[in-house]
Ligand binder design. Structure first.
Ligand code: TXA
Ligand code: MG
Length: 317
């Protein structure tokens, strides 16, 4: 029912065919796998919400392969947005812009803004170019579960529900794009930390932070939901001291618990995190202890995902 194909011309042709007929295809990007549909088709994007079991008020990111598509999606592009697009596109940066009339309400979950990103994954770009319309694509997981960084993760979550997965191998970054809201002048707000770091952005814009925690009416609706969780209960243990982390695990350990190892450097941690969270379930773990990553660079995105995945965040003195 669900085919997994390597990204050759035939596979892209088939994907394009499906997408032109309002169907869904899972595609690789440099961040995580996306569940793609024609962003201009209300009928197509509705299917994304159904298949993922996605809350209807959580808008989608649209993916473009050239700057003309940006003009079709946004009715106005603030100067700072152009500056950032120039510097970081193609790449893992998502810009929130005033939406054009051409974008159906389903794509933006009734908001007056649209999220746009120009990915740098060659397969994604080739497919969007071939379709000649932007692709709306959230992460290709079931809502609430860890984002997919391999084709097999998509298969585990969505088998039987979608006709095609394009297998582009492991995703380069492993965490999602950074979602940025342009404000007045040079000011921006980071709505979701991601693969483009705060440090990189601050060289080009003034960051007025930054509501990416919970609040009553978040500007970025996706940030209010529990996310990225395996079935095992995640305990995020925050401390700079790895000895203290070890002592905590030693003290709390019960049979069925697992201590997550997910890489030495922040870049490795980002690349491995979601895959390792999925492996906790394969291993049948009941509880997982995770040592907090560094809270800067891409580590900030890793920390954000872990906080959302966690049943409990424990701060050690
Ligand atoms: O790297 C990524 O961004 C991946 C790949 C597939 O491109 N996509 C992804 O999509 O992470 P998703 O649906 O898992 O997350 C989209 C985030 C959500 O937090 C959503 O609320 C926010 O972007 N978002 C989308 N449209 C928005 C809008 N108009 N205003 C504010 N936030 C928006
Ligand atoms: Mg997601």
């Amino acid at each position: 029912m669900t085919k997994i194909l390597l990204p050759n011309d035939d596979a892209l042709e088939m994907a394009c065919d499906i997408l032109k007929n309002d169907g869904l295809t899972a595609i690789p990007t440099e961040t995580v796998y996306g569940l793609a549909a024609n962003a201009f088709s209300e009928k197509a994007v509705r299917k994304i919400f159904e298949v993922k079991n996605r809350p209807p008020d959580n808008p989608l990111i649209t993916h473009i392969s050239n700057m003309d598509m940006l003009g079709l999606l946004a009715r106005r592009i603030p100067h700072i947005a152009l500056v950032l697009a120039e510097r970081f596109w193609p790449g893992p940066l998502t810009l929130i812009l005033p939406k054009s009339k051409k974008v159906p309400q389903g794509t933006t979950a009734d908001l007056d803004s649209v999220a746009v990103r120009f990915p740098c994954n060659e397969i994604a770009v080739k497919l969007i170019e071939k379709c000649a319309f932007p692709l709306a694509a959230p992460s290709a997981n079931l809502s609430g579960s860890p984002s997919p960084t391999k084709a097999a993760h998509v298969y585990d979550d969505l088998k039987g529900k979608i006709p095609l997965i394009i297998d582009g191998g492991d995703c380069l970054h492993g965490v999602e794009s950074t979602v940025v809201l342009p404000l007045e002048g040079e000011r921006i707000s980071i709505l979701r930390p991601g693969a483009i770091t705060q440090e990189e952005l601050s060289a080009h814009a003034i960051i007025t932070n930054g509501e990416f925690s919970s609040n009553e009416k978040p500007i970025s609706p996706g940030q209010k939901y529990k996310h990225y969780s395996p079935n095992a209960k995640v305990f995020l243990v925050v401390t700079d001291d790895s000895q203290k982390f070890k002592a905590y695990c030693h003290r709390e350990y019960q049979s069925g618990d697992l201590i997550l190892t997910y890489g030495g450097t922040p870049v490795e941690q980002a690349r491995n995190l979601f895959s390792k969270l999925r492996e906790c379930d394969t291993a049948g773990a009941k509880r997982v202890f995770v040592h907090s990553p560094e809270k800067h660079g891409i580590g900030l995105a890793v920390f954000n995902r872990l906080q959302k995945a966690a049943e409990k965040t424990v701060y050690l003195e």
